[in-house]
Ligand binder design. Structure first.
Ligand code: F6R
Length: 599
């Protein structure tokens, strides 16, 4: 999704903004722009495509002896929602009189109405975006208000939808104003100036001191300081927070891609997450008679794995729902329901909406979140943090593994509370969890083998992932990982389901990845493998050895319920190397965004 950075201070804003935008690239974007305020006017450069194109344009202005510079500015990476990626649709947007400049992350749902009203007053729009109504509306109100602060409050009161916004005005060359609703925005404080940004990495080179802006709060930034207000114009006090992770942990560290670095970090992430589970907030599961897990994408897949674990250990029925479906289904939940939300970013629009639906129905909400200070972390009743650190690659790996671990730990804890497992069983399950980081490490011995095999797979048009029981759950994640970064069509099927239709697609030159870790179901998946092999499919086997397989990646022994933590690492490496061999932009796959803050 879009990325915002703004700077006001003693230094030249342009390089700081461009540098900051680079740190937000992981969010996904298709155009970028920067506006600085200098000598009573805005200098704006916007460019479709990658940041490199914007940098060239900035250099061109310097060569033409009209370099853009200034001590306050706002920048933006845009992920197109309304209007194609183009220079005109890129942010920052200005009003007709070029008095007010704005960057926006989110979606303005009533922009049609606002745009029509402004057009009826003779205001001419330059772009197809929903966002442009904001500076146009701001300039319209500014005529009467003559004050940026009051104008921002008035504009915000007319906007429906979600937004994180940064404003500059030619009449106040010493101020940037920010406001947000349902989209993240942080405020950074450094020795040489102050920042607004969508995420911490954008400012971390300059400061580790940040404020998290809440919905309907305004930040007024000057180079000397920051003041916060609510929309009734009352001053509010906010606590500054210190970021404890370093820029280094958000850099590639010698790996070709963030995704590979993040896959390799998993043993450490699992250890850190396990340590964190010791300080999880107390939840009394006996208060609840229903557990619903809701999330999107990979986080949803973590929920599907968790259903097997919770049901097996706690003997409680668990439902897993896509957050985008849950939010509109009028779910049958009440105060005896525990709704578990899983989200790396804590900012996924559908998961936030699902959380709010659950709360409105009286349910308790428990979130498993990676980003401290995110909306879900702040609004849920119980928050369990994964300790994955910043995840930069769009395709999640380490955060997914950390989510699994927190879910396992929670299931063990609930099972103990419900007296479904003995203290000895609890101890033994916990010991299995503690052994997982070393087992993941041991798996990396197969990296070269996986890499070689993946290199031979780039020509496949379709790849199927099959498994039974919990292996089927992790097959869903394997399939998602492959399609999002390699652009090869893939599907995941429960082994037993193949013959009910999908087997019609199996022919010569189809690859079937068979995951087989459940000992008691080994013979069953074996017979599915034989069914597809006899129809010409090539087989990659993960876990058990099948006679027909062209490659087998064995897994270290662990408790059946925890095998997804091992098989997923093989699936991640496989997808990574298929995409790497195709020479694709692995960390920023086409059409995808790291944090899906729009519906
Ligand atoms: C896939 C992926 C996405 C996210 C999904 C939810 O690799 O990263 O499917 O899992 O968009 O995002 P969060 O976890 O931030 O709510």
């Amino acid at each position: 999704m879009c990325g915002i950075i703004g700077y006001i201070g003693n230094e030249d804003a342009v390089p700081i903004i461009v540098e900051g935008l680079k740190k937000l690239e992981y969010r996904g974007y298709d155009s970028a722009g920067v506006a600085v305020l200098n000598d009573g006017r805005f200098d704006v450069i916007k460019k479709k495509g990658r940041l490199a194109a914007l940098e060239v344009e900035i250099q061109n202005t310097a060569q033409n002896a009209t370099p853009i510079h200034g001590h306050l500015g706002i920048g933006h990476t845009r992920w197109a929602t309304h209007g194609e990626p183009s220079n005109e649709n890129a942010h920052p947007h200005l009003g007709n009189q070029e008095k007010i400049a704005v960057v926006h992350n989110g979606i303005i749902e009533n922009y049609h109405t606002l745009r029509a009203r402004l057009q009826s007053k003779g205001i001419v729009f330059q772009s197809e975006t929903d966002s442009e109504v904001i500076p146009q509306l701001a300039e319209y109100y500014y005529e009467a208000e003559n004050n940026l602060f009051d104008t921002v409050i008035k504009v915000a009161s007319r906007l429906e939808g979600s937004y994180a916004l940064g404003f500059m005005c030619v009449d106040t060359p010493d101020t940037i104003i920010a406001i947000k609703k349902d989209n993240p925005l942080i405020i950074g404080v450094s020795e040489h100036g102050n920042f607004i940004a969508s995420d911490i990495p954008a400012v971390l080179k300059h400061t580790n001191q940040v404020y998290y802006l809440n919905d309907n709060e305004l930040a007024v930034l000057t180079k000397e300081g920051i003041t916060f207000y609510d929309t009734d114009k009352e001053r509010i006090h906010k606590e500054i927070e210190t970021i404890t992770w370093s820029m280094e942990s958000a850099e590639k560290g010698g790996y070709e891609h963030f995704m590979l670095k993040e896959i390799m970090e998993q043993p450490m992430i699992l250890k850190n997450t396990l340590a964190k589970t010791l300080s999880q907030p107390p939840v009394d599961i006996t208060r609840f008679n229903r557990i619903i897990i809701t999330a999107c994408g990979s986080a949803y897949n973590a929920g599907v794995v968790a259903r097997y674990v919770f049901e097996k250990l706690c003997r409680t029925p668990v439902e897993v729902e896509l957050a985008s479906e849950f939010r509109y289904k009028d779910a049958i939940i009440d105060e005896k329901s525990l709704v578990i939300l899983v989200s790396q970013s804590g900012e996924t629009a559908d998961t936030i909406a699902a959380m709010r639906e659950a709360k409105a129905a009286g349910a308790s909400t428990l979130a498993i979140v990676n980003v401290v200070g995110s909306t879900i972390a702040k609004e849920c009743d119980y928050c369990f943090f994964t300790a994955a650190g910043p995840e930069i690659a769009v395709a999640t790996t380490k955060a997914f593994s950390a989510q699994l671990l927190v879910l396992y730990s929670l299931a063990i804890r609930f099972a103990a509370q419900l007296n479904k497992i003995s203290p000895a069983e609890e101890k033994s399950l916990r010991a299995e969890l503690e052994a997982l980081p070393d087992k993941v490490n041991a798996l990396f011995a197969h990296t070269e083998e996986i890499q070689k095999y993946a290199a031979s797979c780039i020509g496949y048009k379709s790849i199927f992932f099959i498994g039974r029981n919990i292996d089927y759950a992790i097959a869903l994640e394997g399939s998602l990982k492959l399609k999002e970064i390699s652009y090869i069509h893939s599907e995941a099927y429960a082994g037993g389901e193949l013959k009910h239709g999908t087997i019609a697609l199996i022919e010569e030159n189809t690859l079937v990845v068979a995951i087989s870790t459940c000992k008691r179901l080994e013979a069953k998946i074996m017979s599915n493998v034989e069914q597809v092999a006899s129809r010409g499919a090539n087989i990659l086997s993960i876990g058990a050895r099948h006679a027909t397989a062209s490659a087998v990646i064995p897994l270290p022994e662990t408790h059946e319920l925890f095998t997804p933590s091992l098989s997923v690492v093989v699936l991640q490496l496989f997808s990574y190397y298929v995409a790497a061999n195709k020479g694709l932009d692995i960390d920023k796959p086409r059409n995808l965004a790291k944090s899906v803050t729009v519906e």
